[in-house]
Design a protein around this ligand. Structure first.
Ligand SMILES: C[S@@+](CC[C@H](N)C(=O)[O-])C[C@H]1O[C@@H](n2cnc3c(N)ncnc32)[C@H](O)[C@@H]1O
Ligand SMILES: CC(C)=CCC/C(C)=C/COP(=O)(O)OP(=O)(O)O
Ligand SMILES: [Mg+2]
Length: 293
């Protein structure tokens, strides 16, 4: 074992319960989640994501109506776009070496953590409110024999067990709409080393539209979350020593994913809310990469 590997003694003996009744609801939500649009995509290659896709659809990879494999091909294509989203996020973490520690805040079933370890060779620590998700992520890490480098824990991302300055980089991939942004960025700022990098990919409402649109309200109700505005992100970062280095509007790049997903048998009913809000300008899909100064 090298000095950078995870050890059994790192595991906390006691896992505190949810900090608020809301967090208890969110833990139950994700403990009970088993949507085919997530599990069947993850089954393609064993990377299980709970985020959306980026990039152009490869129409040549899709079958036509007569193709008996067309559903399978469509699922593989949606999954390719979701993994491309995670690669795009990881590409903004900066220069990460094998001795570094990364923190995935709101890690879900751990797909992004596995990709981060495969890309950088480093240790990746994830936190989620859901014990089912943490078990799933740790089981995948064992199957891949990377459990010494990739670990998920049941923990509130606003009060993590990580040491001050321990992380070379940290991220939220579609998980910041469940928490207060000032509390969130204060915690990232604490655990990041000076000069470390924070990255989020998120959906946020657009202050240029005025207020959250009916589509944004529908997305909030669907996922029991609380989507913040772009302005709130930038203000809360500025207040917590996180200085944006890149702000990328990914809205045009995520629309092909949604339009393809809307044609699949795995639709969940939320597709039109995303498509309509991205098109009317009330909602944006954004990457923000910030330096911890
Ligand atoms: C939409 S999923 C995103 C999962 C993952 N980032 C991905 O890209 O696949 C949202 C995640 O945020 C987590 N989450 C929400 N609030 C949290 C909190 N206060 N502390 C830790 N995790 C939280 C949920 O448990 C869930 O894993
Ligand atoms: C961009 C925004 C506002 C995201 C909200 C958070 C969220 C639920 C993300 C996707 O999870 P999922 O992959 O479990 O959802 P689905 O089942 O729709 O694929
Ligand atoms: Mg999904």
């Amino acid at each position: 074992m090298t000095s950078t590997e995870l050890t059994a003694t790192d595991t906390p003996v006691r896992i505190p319960g949810p900090a608020t009744p809301y967090q208890g609801d969110i833990a139950r939500y994700w403990d009970g989640e088993a949507r085919p649009v997530n599990l069947r995509l993850g089954d393609v290659d064993g990377l299980y994501h709970h985020h959306y896709g980026l990039g152009e659809v490869d129409h040549a990879a899709l079958g036509d109506a007569e193709d008996s494999e067309s559903e399978k091909k469509l699922i593989a294509e949606l999954h390719r776009l979701e993994s491309a989203q995670a690669e795009f996020l990881l590409g903004h973490l900066g220069d990460i070496g094998p001795d570094d520690t990364l923190v995935d805040a709101g890690c879900g079933r751990g797909g992004s953590m596995v990709m981060a370890h495969q890309r950088f060779g480093c240790k990746v620590e994830g936190v989620t409110l859901s014990a089912k998700q943490a078990d799933f992520a740790n089981q995948r890490a064992r199957e891949l024999r990377i459990q010494n480098h990739v670990r998920a824990r049941v923990c509130n991302m606003l009060a993590t067990p990580f040491e001050t300055g321990q992380a070379a980089a940290s991220w939220n991939n579609e998980s910041s709409m469940y928490v207060d942004l000032h509390d969130l960025f204060a915690e990232h700022s604490r655990i990041l080393e000076a000069g470390g990098r924070y990255v989020t990919i998120t959906g946020c409402w657009n202050p240029r539209y005025g207020q959250p649109s009916k589509w944004v309200s529908q997305i909030n109700a669907h996922f029991e979350c609380n989507i913040h505005s772009r302005r709130e992100y930038l203000r809360a970062m500025a207040d917590n020593r996180l200085v944006p280095q890149a702000v990328v509007d990914l809205t045009p790049a995520t629309l092909p994913y949604w339009e393809l997903r809307a044609t699949s048998s795995l639709v969940t009913g939320i597709e039109d809310a995303f498509i309509n809000s991205y098109k009317d300008g009330s909602f944006q899909y954004l990457l923000i990469a910030a330096d911890r100064v």
